[in-house]
Design a protein around this ligand. Structure first.
Ligand SMILES: Nc1nc2c(ncn2[C@@H]2O[C@H](COP(=O)(O)OP(=O)(O)OP(=O)(O)O)[C@@H](O)[C@H]2O)c(=O)[nH]1
Ligand SMILES: [Zn+2]
Length: 373
């Protein structure tokens, strides 16, 4: 987001104090300072790496939110007290909503080669979800100690066909971690992946001072770090920042149907070298489609497309229903609506899938995840 009407004061003689927001709590922002602040050369600044900051009233007035990952300019540092005030938020290069982090450079998707068994469909779903953010995806496969070299190679070949060059590691054997560390260096990375693949073990290894709990079985209530909404960036000893991801662990397709193909590198490649006959081709059974073809995940694409279409049809209906007052409250406060004909373009989705998606949508709306706009 741009900060309208606020210019960087580049002409001022004093060097600017810049940093990155690593945590937000109530109205306080923990800001990790760029090492450039050492140029201030005041002896008392040398020890200070972070400042606890408030947000300037001016920013509040213009509605400028501050989120984890934001690059900010700080004014009036109180070095002794470790305090400061955020005067400006620099333009964001990216913005994730769940988890809410800006300026993310890449998503590190962690899966295990075994224990739990690597399920290609689950992996595909996570990849599609990660790709749908538009942010670079780095795929890392842990527990290589459990597979023979031949089995490992098979997975690599298969995933190369998908358009990925996975980094194979074993946290146990400290294998492949140097390459991974290099990929994380100087970047903001969000870690995602299903339960039990070794994310905590990996993060503990990368940041030994952190001490996340390993192998903790989530209880019935699912309490633990994955249910908390707290988002924090941790500094890697090799430079760069890392965030674990509550809320990224049950991926649901939420791309628009027409964007979905771009979440598959195989389809992207095909679209880069040829065009479909119809510019709004959904790559199902349209004539002269450049994407449809003999690639392994094409079926996964079609399944995700059905879901995306169902979801978007449901949303369109809700909007229609609202605008034509077809929504009325049921006896126990449930929302009811009269089904309308599906839009022609998306007519292929089965009613069962649609109802399912609608239920989920209502659930999301109930929990405030979707704004009924
Ligand atoms: N064989 C093998 N096991 C590993 C490796 N890394 C982690 N594990 C084990 O895998 C299990 C799960 O590890 P965690 O680090 O808790 O996995 P997680 O992804 O953080 O799981 P959640 O906390 O449920 O999200 C533990 O029993 C680890 O000891 C590895 O490289 N090889
Ligand atoms: Zn097509």
């Amino acid at each position: 987001m741009n900060v309208a009407g606020v210019e960087l004061n580049a002409a001022e003689a004093a060097p600017q104090l810049l940093g990155t927001v690593v945590a937000v709590q109530a109205n306080y922002y923990q800001v990790r300072l760029d090492t450039a602040h050492l140029l201030f050369a005041e002896p008392e600044t040398l020890e200070v790496t972070e400042l606890l900051c408030t947000r300037r009233a001016r920013l509040k007035k213009i509605g400028q939110q501050v989120m984890v990952g934001d690059r900010v300019q700080i004014e009036e540092p109180d070095w002794a007290g470790g305090r400061g005030a955020i005067a400006q938020v620099l333009t964001r290069t990216s913005e994730l909503s769940r988890p809410p982090i800006s300026n993310v450079d890449q998503i590190l998707l962690v899966f295990a080669l075994a224990e739990p068994t690597l399920d290609p469909h689950q992996l595909s779903r996570f990849l599609v979800k990660a790709e749908s953010t538009g942010i670079d995806v780095v795929l890392c496969l842990n527990k290589r100690d459990l597979l023979t070299p031949a089995e490992q190679e098979q997975w690599c070949d298969r995933l190369n066909q998908w358009g990925y060059a996975p980094i194979l590691i074993s946290v146990y054997q400290e294998d492949g971690l140097t390459e991974l560390q290099q990929r994380l260096s100087q970047k903001i990375t969000v870690v995602a992946g299903p339960s039990g693949v070794g994310k905590s073990s990996l993060i503990n290894h990368l940041i030994p001072t952190l001490d996340l709990r390993v192998g903790r079985v989530s209880g019935k209530l699912g309490r633990g770090r994955h249910t908390t909404r707290h988002v924090e960036l941790f500094e890697l000893p090799t430079g760069g920042l890392l965030a674990d991801t509550p809320g990224f662990n049950q991926p649901e397709v939420d791309s628009a149907p027409e964007d979905l193909a771009y979440c598959f590198p195989e389809a992207r490649q095909r679209l880069a070298s040829a065009n479909c006959q119809f510019s709004d081709c959904l790559h199902r059974d349209e004539p002269n489609c450049a994407v449809r073809g003999d690639w392994e995940r094409y079926e996964d694409y079609l399944n995700s497309l059905d879901e995306a279409v169902a979801r978007y049809t449901a949303i369109a209906r809700l909007k229609d229903a609202e605008s034509t007052t077809k929504v009325k409250s049921g006896e126990e406060g449930q929302v009811q609506y009269e089904p309308k004909l599906e839009t022609k373009r998306y007519r292929r989705v089965s009613r069962r899938v649609q109802q399912q998606n609608l239920k989920e949508l209502y659930k999301d709306m109930d929990s405030g995840l979707v704004e009924p706009d």
